[in-house]
Structures are given as structure tokens and as C-alpha cells.
Write a protein that binds this ligand. Structure first.
Ligand code: UTP
Length: 317
């Protein structure tokens, strides 16, 4: 009898957890990813002086600002509501996603209605974009927390515009497809050099199935010797709304900032958690060399520029 009691208890505890997991799965599986958060409140110090008056997210790769790539990627993946977390000096982003009457009129008068149509073609409909201010750039986790009222109680995406991904299938689309087969938190991941682990959030891997890994922990910017793996998170996430409870504690981590990674680490025992080695190439456009490389890669990917850029590159080697 004495021996059976703990067993019975643990069985009922397991049944309880199983029920919770089932509830979680049916709730999450039913929910489409409709909303995306774009944290654009950072200072972009690595890109000063360019970012003194210009938002980092407005830096162009070839002829398109970073934020437009991110919004187009989200729209292609079925996102219907776009939540921007902005800050001081970021008004150019709002203007970019608004109609420019003077420009349209001038272009129209010059017979360039085609350009006007192109300029409007990628804009979400009125009311699909919401802006909120972070007020104080306290870190990525804080920026995401600022979007809580707009996300409410449903799973959502987060896209960091300065992480640009060149891929046949948009990176967010890949994440969403994975999420529908394995609901839970899921982050885009890539293998990095061991000496670069201190630049990223790093995954502690429970099981590695090649493309999809299940995750048992996360560490923000660990030194090589403390890193649990060299699988790094990049700026695409599908997150469960429970993350806001953890972010609301406003605990600070690496660099004295409120880190998204730390809040996610607190969820690994209660929420299924995955990393997806996405197909595609990621460029860190918040970094000068990464930004230059992105310009080269995107130009070389365009039929109208490829030959000229190849010639240009050759002339420098
Ligand atoms: P970064 O780590 O690149 O920081 O933020 P940063 O401030 O933009 O740039 P550096 O490091 O000073 O050069 C990653 C993403 O998180 C957003 C940034 O806008 C960027 O998209 N972010 C970061 C916020 O929205 N708020 C913050 O407080 C910090």
C-alpha cells in the first residue's frame, strides 16, 4: 500500500500533465499564426553615424529597406496583422508604409503610373499595421513585451528586420509549416563557428533530428567554453503568448538588457520547444560586413544586376 501510493500519485500527476499537453496541443493547432511583431526600437549603435537620424531598419539592401523585406516575408507567410514596436527617430518607417501623395502625383504627371502601382503593391491594407513605442530601448525582450496588448492570447511571429534571409521558401513560412506539425515555441536556427557563440542566443539540444531539433535550454551569448552547442537562434520566431508572463518580470540578462532568450529559457519545461535549421542564407545586416555581404548576395540574385556585379567583384580581386 505504502509503495503504491506514490505510484498512484505520480500516475495522476502524469495524467494531469498529459491533459495539459493535450489541451495545449489542440488549442495551438487550431490557431493560425495571424500576427507578427517587428521590434524596431533598437539604437543600431554598430551602424553609427548612419543610424543617427535614419532607422537601421530603413537601410536599403540593393533598393529596398530591410523592414520591407521583413514585412513582405511575413505577408507571404500569411500574416494579417503587423505590430511595429518603434522608438524615437523611427518615423521614416511609418512614412514608408503610408501613401506618399506628392510622389504619386508627380510620378502620375510624368506618366509613371506603373511605378505608383509598384509602390502600393507591397503595402498592407489600412489598419493592418499597428505602431507602439518602446519608449526606452531596454532590450529585445522588452520590445516584444511592449506588443502584448496587440497580440493578446494567441501564438504569434517575431521578425527582426536586421536579420535578412535569402531563401527559396521564405524563412517564416518554413517556421510556420514546422509549427503546424509540431506546435510549440519554434525558432529559426543555424550552426555558427564555436568562437562566435557569444554573438547569439544558443540552443541546448535535447534531440537533433537534422533539420528540426528539440530544445531543453537556451543561453544568451555564452562564451565558447560555456556554450551548450553551436546552434544559434536567428531573428525569426513563433512564440506562444505565455512568453509575456515571463517577460513581464523584466529580469535583465546579458548586457544588462531584458533578453527574449531568457524568457524563452523559462518556458522549456512547460511548452514544447524546437529549433529549425531553415533552408536559406542569413545575413546580419546590423553588422557592417554582414550588410555589405547581403547587398552583394541580393544583387547577384537579381537577373538585372547579376552580370554587372560579377564584373565589379572581379575587378576588386
Ligand atoms: P540588436 O541586438 O541588433 O540591437 O537588436 P540594436 O540596438 O538594434 O543594434 P546595435 O547592437 O546597437 O548595433 C536586434 C533587434 O531588436 C530590436 C532592434 O531594433 C533589432 O531589430 N531591439 C533591440 C528593439 O526593438 N529594442 C531594444 O531595446 C533592442
Amino acid at each position: 500500500m505504502l509503495k503504491r501510493l506514490p505510484l498512484a500519485r505520480s500516475r495522476s500527476k502524469n495524467e494531469g500533465s498529459l491533459k495539459k499537453l493535450k489541451r495545449f496541443l489542440s488549442k495551438s493547432m487550431a490557431q493560425k499564426i495571424r500576427k507578427a511583431v517587428f521590434p524596431v526600437g533598437g539604437l543600431g549603435t554598430r551602424f553609427l553615424p548612419a543610424t543617427k537620424a535614419l532607422p537601421k531598419e530603413m537601410l536599403p539592401v540593393v533598393d529596398k529597406p530591410l523592414i520591407q523585406y521583413a514585412v513582405e516575408e511575413a505577408a507571404a507567410a500569411g500574416i494579417e496583422e503587423f505590430v511595429f514596436v518603434t522608438g524615437r527617430g523611427k518615423q521614416a518607417i511609418e512614412d514608408h508604409f503610408d501613401i506618399s501623395y506628392e510622389l504619386d502625383q508627380t510620378l502620375g504627371a510624368r506618366g509613371r503610373v506603373d511605378l505608383v502601382d509598384t509602390l502600393r503593391s507591397w503595402m498592407p491594407d489600412p489598419g493592418q499595421i499597428t505602431y507602439t513605442r518602446q519608449m526606452d530601448p531596454l532590450g529585445l525582450g522588452h520590445a516584444v513585451w511592449c506588443a502584448r496588448k496587440y497580440i493578446d492570447d494567441e501564438p504569434f511571429a517575431v521578425l527582426l528586420a536586421d536579420d535578412l534571409v535569402l531563401a527559396d521558401k521564405p524563412c517564416l513560412q518554413q517556421l510556420i509549416e514546422s509549427y503546424h506539425t509540431k506546435p510549440g515555441n519554434i525558432v529559426a536556427a543555424m550552426d555558427v563557428l564555436p568562437e562566435h557563440t557569444d554573438r547569439y542566443g544558443i540552443l541546448d539540444i535535447e534531440e537533433d533530428k537534422g533539420q528540426l531539433v528539440s530544445v531543453k535550454g537556451l543561453v544568451e551569448k555564452p562564451l565558447r567554453r560555456n556554450a551548450p552547442s553551436n546552434l544559434a537562434i536567428i531573428g525569426r520566431y513563433i512564440l506562444m503568448p505565455e512568453v509575456f508572463e515571463h517577460l513581464s518580470k523584466k529580469n535583465t540578462g546579458a548586457g544588462g538588457e531584458i533578453q527574449l532568450t531568457d524568457a524563452l529559457a523559462k518556458m522549456v519545461n512547460s511548452t514544447p520547444f524546437y529549433g529549425l535549421r531553415f533552408d536559406g542564407r542569413r545575413f546580419d545586416c546590423g553588422d557592417k560586413v554582414g550588410f555589405l555581404e547581403a547587398n552583394l548576395a541580393f544583387a547577384l540574385d537579381r537577373d538585372d544586376m547579376k552580370k554587372a556585379v560579377e564584373r565589379l567583384v572581379k575587378s576588386y580581386t
